[in-house]
Design a protein around this ligand. Sequence first.
Ligand code: TNX
Length: 505
Amino acid sequence: MKLPFKLDYLLVCLTAVVGIGCDHRAADMTEAKTPSAHIVPVPASMDVVDGELRFSAVIVQGGAAAPNAVRELEALLAGLNISTKDAAATPIQVQLVDDPALGEEGYRLVIDDAIHLSARTDVGLLHAVQSLRQLLPAQAQADYRLPQIVINDVPAYRWRGISLDVARSFLPVEYLEKHIDRMALFKLNRLHLHLTDDQGWRIEIKRYPKLVEIGGASAVKDGRAGYYTQEQLKHLVAYAQARGITIVPEVDMPGHVQAALASYNELACDDVSNLATYSGVEVGFSVFCLEKPDIVYPFVRNVLEEVVAIFPSTEIHVGGDEIKHPLYADFVARTTRMVDDMGRTAIVWEEGSVADMKPNVLLQLWNDDYAIDAAVAKGHPLILSPCSYLYIDHGNYAGQPGADWCRKEGVPLKRLYGFDPAPFKSAVGIEAALWTEFVHTDASADDHLWPRLAAVAEIAWSPAGQRSYDGFVQRMGALRPQLDAMGVHYYAEPDLGWADAKPAH
Ligand code: TNX
């Protein structure tokens, strides 16, 4: 039952006769009167009606054709101890609707005297559930109040990603599961795993067991070694898929391959059989022996065949960064064609644009000023990862220990939020990157990822007209308890007002 404002106010004043002044309590009450709507990324359209919905129990109706959204919704309700058993309780209606305006991922969330979630797809409904999660408190309460609201929301970009470098330093499966849940809270939908590099090979390839026996046992200095079995990766793929997230694998070639050369020496030109693994932080020194195509290409094909059998992602990343070699362009052309023959679409880092490739091959831009126009004119779509905005191995603040080669002042939250993808007309979206030469623990990964990934999500999802750093600061600031509830060891960002208070962990 909703109390009229005056009565609320009167009750507060009456109950506060002793001690605390009425003003202070009344201000609190006014604050609580209209529960606020803090959503990140900010929805494309949101009308907050003057009113609220109070409830302590709900009944979920519909949703048979949206099993993932219903599972996520039920987990949300269970986590908040909200009963779903009482048929007389507030309805939560979950509905698939055929509204083309919602696209593949859009949704509608209406709160009046019930809660209505609708979308064209299970994924759209998953996003609706995440918005509802953000509107609710992060901790269980006796009863709940939500603002009456009408949200119509669709993403600006289809690609809203984060790349994790698990090759320099390994991240365990349990961490990746948690990370996927956190991505889902902010409607991020692409998890790019940089699975191989000089310092480590992290994906089991059954035809080449030494890749993980040798390459999986190495890591960057002070980093973690390890590898994922194919079973573990399939599990992660399914876990992510059930949360609306696609895992995009990267096998980086033909450079950044010391771990592979150390495992299978014949892939190198050196006529030796004792190539060592590498734990330094230099780049650009290793390469497959492109002068031995009869050895290199069967290897590449066999590896990619196992990769595509694990990962259903339409896009498969084949690397191609930081290597100068006369046969480089030919390698990229052949490898992207191989991916195409396997029924998938290749992604290569920007340098790959020198190769003669089908125009649907995606280029991932990482140097802010890389001359990409000619490749765009050929039709290649872009994934935007300009390092001075989106390389979050760089510091949250100037002087934070770690990478600073791209921007010595680091990539503070405000800087990142200021990235404008609009000039890149052929962009499918944006992707931040966490390289791990200097990020060796789960806590350090959290510190680099959060809250900056929430800003990535907003740039990628929300229309430019709705975005402002002040608005983001206010909304994200208020969502801190959600990160606490998930156990995130985030950076206590001063801009969000988080620096003074002690995090809950
Ligand atoms: C550049 S970005 C790299 C990585 C490093 C990173 C460190 C790219 C395609 N290559 O190999 O880890 O800088 O910030």
